[in-house]
Design a protein around this ligand. Structure first.
Ligand SMILES: NC(=O)c1ccc[n+]([C@@H]2O[C@H](COP(=O)([O-])OP(=O)(O)OC[C@H]3O[C@@H](n4cnc5c(N)ncnc54)[C@H](OP(=O)(O)O)[C@@H]3O)[C@@H](O)[C@H]2O)c1
Length: 305
């Protein structure tokens, strides 16, 4: 019997990237993707004989049915609808836990997508959704794996939108300009997570088994500028947002409570911040999955002329 793997929510960036790796894997697992709107499943998934799109909402517990799945990949989604992120994350995780308990036969492995820094209970802004989810789900299946990736390199796609101005300029929340923060590509992150799902049934040294994902190195705002210049062939100006202006900066994009959460998460990566202080731990932990994709290569894939 092929391995059956459920991804919830499948529409997340991490969920989509992991499904793509699983469907291309020689192991040939059967993949079920849970969507609030299954019509959003990409055509290359729905045309694949080993993929099924299922309608489900992690905020609506009874819609979650993990019966028959060997492994479940849960990506805690952020909430931008005005509800408190921590409360929604807790209720969503409680729903996932209940569905795992009710499933017959029950899944052997749960992989929880978390984030670098989520080991802290406060001072990490919006990453509290990961701290809470990790805590609720840490013993929810016989095998529990928690993946802690850093900032996605692909989150910098906004640079290409911003530099359409004349002269080209982009804003970076990472200051000072030469301060390097951890970043990894979704390619490396999805390879690491897919591998953990395909290893379902293999003994783990601990429950939960926690592992970090890093890129080949860390990157500064100046590194982002250099990579974007190399990819576009343009000379680009960089404006870094001072730490004290981050809330105002994010408030132009999202509502006030989320802006404060995004600012606090960013500050954790800046000099003296909780994540910055632990970089040596993430880099040197024996379980860390070290990615290979350089920022310039991730940006090159995103750039459309
Ligand atoms: N982005 C990063 O750089 C980064 C780095 C490290 C860790 N993470 C972690 O990755 C996770 C995802 O974060 P993200 O910002 O990257 O978000 P994202 O992948 O862009 O996910 C948002 C998606 O979640 C889906 N969703 C929201 N509520 C849902 C619900 N109740 N039921 C089913 N689907 C729901 C939405 O799908 P529809 O609207 O289509 O239904 C939306 O497409 C978070 O736990 C975050 O901390 C992110």
């Amino acid at each position: 019997m092929p391995l059956q793997i459920t991804v919830v929510p499948a529409s997340t960036q991490a969920g989509t990237a992991v499904i793509r790796v699983l469907l291309g894997s020689e192991t040939a697992p059967v993949v079920r993707g849970y969507y609030r709107d299954p019509a959003k499943a990409p055509a290359d998934f729905t045309s694949h004989p080993s993929f099924e799109a299922v309608k489900a909402d992690v905020s609506d517990g009874p819609t979650l049915d993990f019966s028959g799945s060997d492994a479940v990949f849960y990506v805690p989604p952020p909430t931008y609808d005005g509800r408190e992120n921590g409360e929604v994350a807790r209720q969503n995780a409680v729903n996932v836990n209940a569905a795992l308990g009710a499933a017959k036969p029950s899944p052997k492995r749960l992989l929880v997508f978390s984030a670098m820094g989520a080991e802290h209970s406060s001072g990490i802004g919006i990453l509290k959704i990961n701290h809470i989810s990790d805590d609720v789900l840490k013993e929810s299946a016989p095998e529990v794996v928690i993946a802690r990736p850093p900032y996605f390199q692909e989150s910098l796609a906004h640079v290409f939108e911003e530099i359409k101005t004349d002269p080209p300029v982009f804003h970076s929340v990472f200051s000072p300009a030469d301060h390097q923060v951890p970043m990894a590509s979704l390619t490396d992150i999805s390879n690491a997570c897919a591998q953990k799902l395909l290893e379902t049934g293999q003994e783990l040294p601990a429950r939960p088994y926690v592992f970090y994902i890093t890129g080949p190195r860390n990157y500064s705002s100046l590194d982002v500028k250099a990579a974007a210049e190399e990819v576009t062939g343009k000379k680009i100006d960089l404006v870094t947002i001072p730490k004290d202006d981050l809330v105002t900066f994010f408030s132009k994009q999202v509502g006030a409570p989320i802006a404060a959460e995004l600012a606090e998460m960013t500050v954790a990566t800046l000099p003296g911040g909780l994540i910055a202080k632990d970089l040596h731990v993430y880099d040197n932990d024996k379980n860390t999955y070290k990615g290979r994709v350089e920022l310039v290569d991730a940006l090159r894939r995103l750039y459309k002329t």
